[in-house]
Design a protein around this ligand. Structure first.
Ligand code: PLP
Length: 241
């Protein structure tokens, strides 16, 4: 096959995947007693070339997530539309906050108070307010970043006091699970924390985003109340590093 026909084939795959995922999301939302538009779809674009990202955007995707600062910055000039809503979803080093502060509308991976303080400082310096999600390490895995469930609420209350930072909710990546039932237990624990966070911050921040669910588990995540799912490989195909 020529390079052109390979690209066209991948465009068609992305279209078919997008249709299928959208149908699954809508069905799961209805099954959980909610309207389909109560679940926001994020296309996770790490390792994906801009030509394919832009194809997804042309299909109606309106939110993308990248997990590395450098990769996001490198792709920015090529995105169409350039104004597409972007979130950072990967671990952020304090010394890179400055580089990203103008380029994303939300940082979903806030995993420490000192990081939040730097976001606040840079947000003030740039005259903007940054939406953030608190990342919770719901399975308390040593390999993962995020607040432990035990420290989440106290740290959330402290972060909520910072200038120009607005906590919008919670993000979690549960441990890899052998079955859907086990996965739902983690989502359900995360959901309980999300609701406690909402209570704790009542009148301080409008907590409305529960970001859980990826390619392999977005349906059980929605059944447990996800308001945002972050999907990469099910949309774009397996990642090629
Ligand atoms: C890569 C990534 C995803 C998407 O993973 P898939 O399994 O490809 O859907 C979601 N969230 C975060 C934080 C990621 O790094």
């Amino acid at each position: 096959m020529t390079e052109k026909s390979l690209i066209e084939q991948r465009f068609r795959d992305i279209e078919a995947n997008y249709r299928e995922i959208t149908e699954n999301i809508n069905a799961a939302a209805l099954q959980s007693g909610r309207k389909p538009d109560s679940v926001r779809f994020m296309a996770v674009t790490k390792t994906v070339e801009p030509v394919y990202i832009n194809h997804a955007l042309s299909l109606g995707v309106d939110l993308i997530g990248e997990n590395k600062v450098q990769e996001l910055l490198a792709k920015l000039p090529y995105l169409r539309p350039p104004t597409v809503c972007r979130h950072l979803i990967g671990h952020l080093q304090t010394n890179k906050v400055r580089k990203i502060i103008e380029e994303v509308s939300c940082i979903q991976s806030v995993d420490g108070v000192s990081l939040a303080k730097e976001i606040s400082k840079q947000a003030v310096a740039h005259g903007k307010t940054m939406d953030v999600l608190l990342e919770v390490n719901i399975g308390e895995e040593v390999s993962k970043t995020g607040f432990s469930p035990a420290e989440l609420l106290d740290s959330g209350a402290e972060i909520a006091e910072l200038e120009n930072v607005r906590i919008r909710g919670l993000m979690a990546i549960p441990p890899v699970c052998e079955n859907e039932k086990k996965a739902r237990t983690y989502f359900s624990e995360a959901r309980a924390l999300y609701e406690s966070l909402e209570q704790t911050l009542k009148g301080v921040c409008e907590v409305d985003t529960f970001s859980v669910g990826m390619s392999s588990d977005y349906v059980p995540a929605i059944l447990e109340g996800a308001t945002m799912v972050r999907i990469g490989s099910a949309l774009f195909g397996p990642r090629r590093y």
